[in-house]
Design a protein around this ligand. Structure first.
Ligand code: NAD
Ligand code: UD1
Length: 339
């Protein structure tokens, strides 16, 4: 079985390619490298004992490039990671986000359909859930009211796939809603390599610990949470990657649309993360309390029950593992793939 992985050289994509190879799938990647390095896939090949990943440096919106891939390979499944993901940038450049994220999805599905490939896993996000839900979030919790264009591209991306599956019962569509992916492969060879100043907490913590940043700003300590700082559901990226392997098995014999949360079901605060990182790695993470970040919710965590029961998947890595593996990657590659 061959899986086409769009955005496969990125953070989650590279870890997923490795888990797919380990599970016996063949993998083909398309990525335009707008936010990743080709080194990640070279390292995945190394970790997979020298298995080869055919790589196409192209944009998923490029119909001719996609068609060439489908002509050169028999693709059984697609996992669609390719997308822009910086929330602040999406507010400043909404058209770039709608163009990249939605046109890529539509071109991809069109080319897939015309080659008879109708099984797709889509990278959605907890950001599609409306802010007024009770915790934990289950797949039936209310969606919408997104606070930024990035979030809307995920909401609309899910809807496009849902409508395709409704129109043609041959399609199998799996919308996976990720909570907060962190960590790295235990080898320290692949990991998250933000090109600019990180927006997300974990890369900011590790870049602070290694001295690339002066201190972490903790965005608000007056939320209604146990220590006043924001609470999130952090999940090890290798667990997340394995969730995709479980989703492919499910799609083999299920048609229509399905939705699964990929999270641990446990929430940790910003200060929990700082202290866990310091303890796991014996390093200091200097921090200062700063104003709240606009658009942030106090507490977000998943119910992973449906994924456990239906996919037979659950997260296995602890918070300590997430902190240790992030630091291992960061300390072996202080400047990411540039080293
Ligand atoms: P990433 O930026 O590391 O990976 C995305 C990859 O897609 C990059 O390699 C980039 O070069 C490529 N890409 C972007 N647009 C493309 C296009 N038009 N054509 C070809 N390649 C393109 O990000 P990631 O963290 O690995 O995220 C993967 C997916 O998961 C994204 O869709 C993201 O929105 C989603 N997601 C991520 C998180 C997170 O916290 N990391 C949370 C929820 C959802
Ligand atoms: C953010 C995005 C969300 C996106 C997700 C994954 C916003 C409002 N939400 O989610 O749409 O799907 O990333 O890309 O941007 N924090 C600090 N200091 C920092 C960074 C973060 O205190 O320098 C805090 C935040 O306030 C939050 C927690 O850490 O409480 C986690 O933040 P982050 O990693 O950005 O993830 P989310 O806010 O959950």
């Amino acid at each position: 079985m061959t899986v086409l992985v769009t955005g496969g050289s990125g953070y989650i994509g590279s870890h997923t390619c490795l888990e797919l190879l380990n599970a016996g799938y063949d993998v083909v990647v398309i990525d335009n490298l707008c936010n990743s390095s080709p080194k990640s896939l070279q390292r995945v090949e190394e970790l997979a004992g020298g298995k080869h990943i055919p790589f196409y440096q192209a944009d998923v919106r490029d119909r001719a490039a996609l068609t060439k891939i489908f002509e050169e390979h028999t693709i059984d499944f697609v996992i669609h990671f390719a997308g822009l993901k910086a929330v602040g940038e999406s507010v400043a450049k909404p058209l770039a986000y709608y163009d990249n994220n939605l046109n890529a999805t539509m071109t991809l599905c069109d080319v897939m359909g015309s080659h008879g490939c109708k099984r797709i896993v889509f990278s959605s996000s907890a950001t599609v859930y409306s802010g007024d839900n009770k915790m934990p979030l289950s797949e039936t919790s209310k969606t919408g009211n997104c606070t930024n264009p990035y979030g809307w591209t995920k909401y609309m991306g899910e809807q496009i796939l849902r409508d395709i599956a409704k129109a043609d019962p041959e399609w199998s569509v799996c919308n996976l809603r990720y909570f907060n992916p962190v960590g790295a492969h235990e080898s320290g060879l692949i990991g998250e390599d933000p090109k600019d100043i990180p927006n997300n907490l974990m890369p900011y913590i590790s870049q602070t610990a290694i001295g690339r940043r002066d201190h972490l700003s903790v965005f608000g300590n007056d939320y209604d949470t146990p220590d006043g700082t924001g609470v999130r559901d952090y999940i090890h990226v290798v667990d997340l990657a394995r969730g995709h392997v479980a989703a492919l098995s499910y799609l083999q014999d299920h048609k229509g649309e399905c939705i699964f949360n990929l999270g641990t079901g446990v929430g940790y605060s910003v200060l929990d993360m700082v202290h866990a990182f310091e303890t796991a790695n014996g390093v200091d993470v200097p921090y200062e309390i700063a104003p709240r970040r606009p658009g942030d919710l106090p507490t977000v965590y998943s119910s992973p029950e449906k994924s456990r029961q239906v996919l037979g998947w659950e997260a296995t890595y602890s918070l300590e593992d997430m902190c240790r593996d992030t630091w291992h990657w960061q300390s072996l590659n202080p400047n990411g793939y540039q080293d």
